[in-house]
Design a protein around this ligand. Structure first.
Ligand SMILES: C[C@@](CO)(OP(=O)(O)O)[C@H](O)COP(=O)(O)OP(=O)(O)OC[C@H]1O[C@@H](n2ccc(N)nc2=O)[C@H](O)[C@@H]1O
Length: 385
């Protein structure tokens, strides 16, 4: 079978007028990187794509450079006021005998769709990805028009693939006084057959502001809930205050420990580490390590928080129970709740702080020390756990 040089033409020249905001949508961040970068990376990752040319709007050079970074692409082409003009400008710059024309506003481009399009070009002048229509569609206007049988309709997506010469001919033959919504329409108008291949829900275009949230959800792996539990104890010693939940509490005694002995934060650290199965506070901050002598325990909690974040996790809720006869926790509960929320970068609504005595029973009942329990609920990506 004859081999072909395949170019990808990414049209990113839109002004983003429909979506508002300070920068055009193709340069805004979704799922961790610019919309345009997602589409380019999908094409760079596909072995059959030999060349990628991006068409940008006049004056978008700095936005393009920031979005693309050091990715190995030729200089971008400046597009026109109309999508059709941007594609025509891009066609003048590409060298492939086959070309895939893709909307930069469709960030998530499955390799399987590229595979299907390239296969279809072996027997057709052009090929486009389509999806079936699920909703009932009707003609609009001043009053509701006739329903259009959905079996006769498809939802058209990009990339749209063509033999480059035929697409160039179709653009040259097109009546410039008419707008063309896509390239397939122009190729069909030039009497060439355009095949249809299965598209993908991942290829949805970002058109409106709310589409960014949908794109984040479409891209994010399924999150699953994980719960961790922590427990700690510290004995009383001489002193005039103790640390509980990151708050300094005046008291006739202190708590003994290698660090500041904040028993509530220690239990919470172990609860968070439990949600990602990453050991316990002592394995991260050994009591034998001189670095942690007298250390403020808030750094242990922010470390555990960062480990959860690095695992892709999001803290949903934490619940701490402090077990002691004294000091009375109630008066300090609001400050402890606020401090834990601040350290975990979550809302106070996601933080519960409770206290209980043990009715004078056990070491806590005898006033020998304080115990604390904590539970943390986190959502983490299903993959890799
Ligand atoms: C916060 C720190 C800062 O150094 O010290 P403190 O201020 O509490 O004293 C420590 O992280 C506080 O670690 P914590 O885990 O409470 O101390 P320990 O109870 O002595 O346990 C220390 C280490 O020994 C391990 N360990 C403990 C008990 C046991 N039977 N077998 C074990 O293997 C634990 O996994 C833990 O990692």
């Amino acid at each position: 079978m004859m081999s072909h040089r395949i170019s990808a033409l990414v049209v990113a020249a839109g002004s983003g007028s429909r979506i508002g905001g300070d920068i055009p949508k193709q340069y805004r961040i979704v799922a961790g990187k610019p919309v345009l970068a997602h589409a380019v990376d999908a094409l760079l990752a596909h072995s059959a794509i030999d060349e990628i040319v991006v068409v940008i709007g006049d004056g978008q050079g700095a936005l393009y450079a920031e979005a693309i970074g050091d990715r190995p692409l030729p200089a971008p082409v400046i597009g026109g006021a109309l999508r059709r003009e941007s594609v025509a400008n891009g066609l003048a710059a590409i060298t492939g005998d086959w070309v895939l024309v893709h909307d930069a506003a469709r960030p998530f481009l499955p390799a399987s769709v590229i595979d299907r399009l390239i296969k279809a070009l072996e027997t057709a002048a052009g090929a486009i990805p389509v999806l079936p229509v699920a909703d009932t569609l009707a003609l609009g206007g001043p009053t509701l028009g006739d329903v259009v049988p959905r079996e006769t309709l498809v939802r058209v997506q990009t990339p749209q693939a063509f033999h480059t010469k035929l697409l160039r001919d179709a653009h040259a033959a097109w009546d410039a006084s008419r707008e063309a919504s896509d390239d397939a329409q122009m190729v069909r108008h030039a009497r060439y057959a355009v095949a249809m291949v299965e598209g993908s829900a991942m290829l949805e275009k970002i058109t409106w502001a709310e589409d960014f949230g949908a794109a984040e959800r479409r891209h994010a792996p399924a999150l699953v809930s994980r719960t961790g539990m922590g427990f700690d104890v510290h004995a009383f010693t001489q002193g005039d205050h103790l640390w509980l939940g990151g708050v300094k509490v005046p008291h006739g005694k202190a708590l003994a420990g290698h660090s500041d002995a904040d028993v509530a934060l220690h239990a919470l650290v172990d609860a968070l580490l439990g949600t990602i199965g990453d050991g316990d506070i002592g394995s991260h901050f050994p009591p034998s390590d001189e670095r942690w002598r007298g250390a403020a325990s808030h750094q242990f909690l922010t470390h555990a928080r960062d480990l959860v974040t690095q695992a892709g996790g999001r803290i949903d809720h934490v619940d701490v129970t402090i077990i002691c006869e004294a000091p009375k926790i109630g008066p300090h509960r609001p400050a402890i709740r606020a401090r834990i929320a601040e350290l975990l970068a979550i809302s106070e609504a996601q933080v519960s702080v409770k206290a209980t005595t043990t009715e004078k029973l056990g070491f806590t009942g005898r006033g020998e020390g304080i115990a604390a329990q904590a539970v943390a609920t986190v959502r983490v990506p299903e993959v890799g756990l």
